[in-house]
Ligand binder design. Sequence first.
Ligand code: BLA
Length: 325
Amino acid sequence: MVLLRFPLPEKLNPCSRCQYNNRTNKFIENKIKLGTQIVSALSYQKFVDFAVDETKHRTHLIPSPLQEKFSHIQAVDGKAKIDFLSFEASKIRLLRSMHIDGGDSLQVLDFGIFPNVAFDMPIFCANFFTSSSMSIIVLDLNPLHDVISNREYKEKYYKSLMPLSIKYAELLPWGGKLTGESLRFFSPIVIWTRFTSSQHKGDILFDAFNDYYKTWLDLMEHAVQEQSPAQVMLNSEAQHKYLTWRAEKDPGHSLLKKLVGEAKARDVLRSFLFNGVDELSRKTFLDYFPEYKLEDGSINDKRSMMGKSFENRPWDSKGELVDNC
Ligand code: BLA
């Protein structure tokens, strides 16, 4: 039997008695055990059930052809199990979920909805990684088009949603340094947070997931199909750029490789999680992100080339970018 050692606790958590301090972004030794809730009971299954039920109330979901190939994988450690779900609908190119259930020590949810390219609505993105000591959370309606340079798109979708972000800004505060690269794919309402895993935080996260999910469904209901082929092309390329980035640089890759092996992980990434990366366009990662090109023509392993990171929330309550890193 191969024993897995999950990279996060190993890399970030220096000892088993340590706790993550959200304020200082550092681990502190947890000398007093009182008040430390072990969260293990937190499972992301109820998030998936809620999302699928809620979507079924709003649109007609049909199983995706991917469902046949991706339904369940047992991790090589024999312990963690990975469940996949995938659907399509008239305005949804792909709704897919991957839930890694490693019991007490590991829970991961990667839930995404990729719109049909005839619509320019945001991409629903919930990425939750939870070990027994800490959680790393991204919850967002990722902008399809760049909200830093494209004011019109930002106003169209996010202006009216800023109160949602304000509602959770204190409960789920900014998780510390975020690369400039990731920031470009996030919206002004992104919830990027890390916390010491606890039932209480898990409950807040469930509320936030509910709110963000219903908000995305509202956007879907009101979205109007694009008529101009040129605009559809722009949507398609923007979605492809997003998929290309994530299929290459998502921080979860190394854990996924440890769980299922390199070949299967690649298949899960390219065919399932970021499905469309090999179909929506022929452009390559280096076409979109040439700064990652090494002299021998291969892709630099680094996750960030910009070297700029955002320590604090760079969006104000009106959704304006404030450079306070
Ligand atoms: C860490 N995951 C992170 C971090 C972010 C994200 C921002 C902090 C480290 C960093 O800034 O790179 C998530 N980053 C995103 C997302 C986007 C992005 C969603 O740019 C979208 C554009 N996380 C998962 C899955 C796994 C996972 C499926 O979503 C595992 C299978 C694990 N995420 C994971 C781990 C870390 C992490 C282990 C910490 C390790 C590390 O930082 O290398």
